[in-house]
Design a protein around this ligand. Structure first.
Ligand code: BG6
Length: 491
């Protein structure tokens, strides 16, 4: 895993003119070029439907790199070197004959081929089959696919089956871009490189865990897709459950992909089902109405461009998740995620239990217990909240909460924090699957999410409204206060 030598490979990027490719994938590849991580001779074939001249596509890519990489990191010479690797092929993905031109581009090269499908999931099987028929793939071909892998267990199985007909599981790299975030990987280091935490990481010492993934953006321009999915499918089934797994899993035997993924699967299997009688106390769905974010008025979900005014899709979810195993018995994980919340913020808070015997001023008993705050974005870092004695002769044994701070941007000042896609593309090039999601993880996650969605459907209740710019429906506050706790807010 520490091997940092670029290996030569070819990349075929399907959906190369789409939003994901332009906003994330090409900028990430450009950054790899800038960091000298694209090996000499590595080539990129951009594949998309429009008939365009390769030069015109390269010009368009240059513009889009300039826009998305940002002036401080855009270097025209690097961009030129990068674009010299890029060829373009127009293709109707359903046209089997057309794949002959891809075969021709590939030639007789023997270095690995990476196929990145930045396309609707319904195309994964089609592209895979046609590539195989055209003789483009071999057992070393690596295939990268994006979420959503289905909208429920049955449809995810259909997608995985279609991929499985052509490729072995060891060739598949299912992206959950949260796993590529630097701080998310730091969870693994924090937990398994620091015995201090490892020994405390269970129900003997931890009272509860909070995970918040908040966004201030709304649905802008994605209403059609989002309305079919809703926040639980768009964010919880993948990103939040992955975070929960990394916090809750047992130590893996090593850092190999399967050791890590085996442990995550055990957590997913141990998620306690939320039965209909527990829905009210364990789940809150919300939908934003018009409001104000950072002083700017914003429309409600039903007033966004392209909206169907009668939609009952949720843009916010809060859940109390329980894990039925030895380590976490009795330790709830409160998770919440929503659009149009006051700020963009992802953080995990580990709340430790109080000391078993209290010897200080009873008036101060309410002072906080130890907490570990892990900030995933923005301002990546960690903060351990501890109690210390106030200074001064007149203070006696007055206590005060104080943080032990680690801010990554200050600690590693010279290092830029790479975007998740840079890390993930780099790992694909090295053939490392440890930051990618295995088929059984996707399916166990769907199994658990499906039952929640089924109970929602059966109950037929509309989502609870919350004004844009608030922290979600009032019921999401009740979800945690009912247990005598509150959502963490950094004072
Ligand atoms: C995507 C979701 O997977 O993650 C989007 O489809 C969401 O709805 C995005 O906005 C959030 O990602 P990040 O990296 O900005 O937190």
């Amino acid at each position: 895993m520490s091997d940092n030598h670029p290996t030569r490979c070819d990349l075929m990027l399907f959906g190369a003119l789409g939003d994901l490719a332009q906003r994330k994938l090409f900028p990430a590849l450009y950054q790899l070029e800038r960091a000298n991580l694209l090996a000499p001779g590595s080539r990129i074939l951009a594949v998309a439907r429009p008939a365009q001249e390769p030069d015109a596509v390269r010009r368009q890519l240059q513009e889009s790199l300039r826009r998305h990489v940002g002036p401080a990191e855009f270097d025209a010479a690097v961009a030129d070197a990068f674009l010299a690797r890029v060829a373009y092929q127009s293709l109707d993905f359903r046209d089997a004959e057309g794949y002959a031109s891809l075969r021709e581009w590939r030639g007789d090269e023997s270095h690995p081929l990476i196929v990145y499908m930045a396309t609707p999931p319904s195309m994964y099987g089609v592209i895979g089959r046609h590539l195989k028929q055209a003789g483009c793939c071999d057992p070393h071909t690596r295939v990268v696919v994006e979420k959503p892998i289905g909208h429920d267990l049955a449809s995810s199985r259909a997608i995985n089956d279609a991929l499985g007909e052509v490729f072995d599981e060891s060739q598949l790299f299912r992206i959950d871009h949260y796993l590529g975030k630097e701080t998310v990987q730091n969870l693994i280091a924090l937990r398994f490189a620091n015995n201090l935490f490892a020994s405390q990481w269970n129900q003997d010492h931890i009272s509860h865990v909070e995970i918040t993934v908040a966004e201030s953006v709304g649905i802008e321009g994605r209403w059609g897709y989002f309305d079919q999915a809703g926040q639980i499918r768009d964010m919880v089934q993948n990103h939040l459950l992955q975070l929960l797994c990394l916090i809750a899993m047992d130590p893996p035997a090593d850092l190999s992909a399967d050791s890590l993924r085996d442990e995550k699967v055990k957590v997913l299997k141990a998620l306690k089902p939320i039965t209909p009688d527990r829905m009210e106390s364990h789940v809150v769905r919300g939908q934003y109405t018009a409001g104000t974010i950072q002083g700017r008025p914003v429309p409600g979900y039903l007033e966004e461009e392209g909206a169907n005014r009668g939609s009952g899709t949720e843009t916010f979810v809060a859940l109390k998740v329980e894990i039925d195993n030895w380590r976490w018995s009795g330790v709830p994980f409160y998770i919440r995620t929503g659009k149009r919340l006051p700020e963009k913020l992802s953080q995990i808070i580990i709340h430790f239990k109080p000391a078993p015997h209290y010897i200080f001023d009873p008036d101060q008993r309410h002072l906080a217990n130890n907490k570990l705050v892990i900030r995933l974005q923005p301002d990546e870092g960690m903060s351990l909240k501890i109690l210390v004695k106030e200074q001064g002769l007149d203070k006696g044994m007055r206590l005060r909460p104080r943080p032990l701070e680690l801010t990554f941007s200050e600690t590693f000042e010279a290092e830029r924090i790479p975007d998740a896609y840079e890390r993930l593309l780099w790992e694909v090039m090295k053939g490392n699957q440890y930051l990618f999601v295995r088929r059984d993880e996707v399916e166990y996650a769907w199994r658990w999410i499906d039952q929640v969605i089924r109970h929602w459907r059966d109950a037929g209740e509309p989502p609870k409204r919350y004004p844009a710019g608030s922290w979600g429906p009032v019921a999401s506050i009740a979800l945690i206060t009912r247990d005598g706790r509150s959502w963490y807010e950094d004072a």
